[in-house]
Design a protein around this ligand. Structure first.
Ligand code: ATP
Length: 135
């Protein structure tokens, strides 16, 4: 079996990553949690979740924040088409901190007109950005 597989990570606007890697950890949608991918993984198609996506290239782990989209896994190829994907250098830390604070305040609010699912997703996006921008 091959020791690596190709991972492609794109948004509708741009291709961010196209590399041969040895491993990837990818957040899935719904209650599916995170999937670990090694070369030769069984084929699958899944919704992409909100969180930190990481992959290992030449022994070095690299991270991106992703939020929603589609994930296709084939034995030697993984395609991630994300609605939002950011490399650490793309992330505005202060903006993510402010978004996290805002979402937490919304979730803690007793007002009836809060869309808590929306606030929870905003919180997850902010926390993914904060996790990815930490060294
Ligand atoms: P905010 O409340 O700060 O707008 P958000 O989670 O609602 O955050 P998104 O809807 O996920 O934002 O993204 C809208 C656009 O803004 C996307 O292009 C995304 O890449 C960009 N973006 C959002 N937050 C950040 C950030 N902290 N750093 C860099 N780009 C960001």
């Amino acid at each position: 079996m091959a020791a690596t597989f190709e991972i492609e990570i794109a948004t509708p606007e741009r291709l961010l990553v196209k590399e041969q890697v040895t491993e990837a950890q990818i957040p899935c949608g719904g209650a599916s949690g995170e999937i670990g991918v090694l070369p030769g993984h069984a084929p699958l198609l899944s919704e992409l979740g909100i969180g930190q996506l990481s992959y290992v290239i030449n022994g070095e782990r690299r991270k991106l924040a992703v939020a929603g989209g589609v994930l296709e896994v084939l034995p030697e190829h993984v395609r991630v088409l994300a609605m939002v994907a950011e490399m650490p250098a793309d992330i505005d830390l202060a903006r993510a901190q402010a978004a996290e604070k805002r979402a937490m305040e919304r979730l803690a609010s007793v007002q009836q007109n809060i869309d808590s699912a929306r606030a929870l997703n905003a919180l997850k996006r902010a926390q993914a950005r904060l996790a990815v921008s930490q060294k």
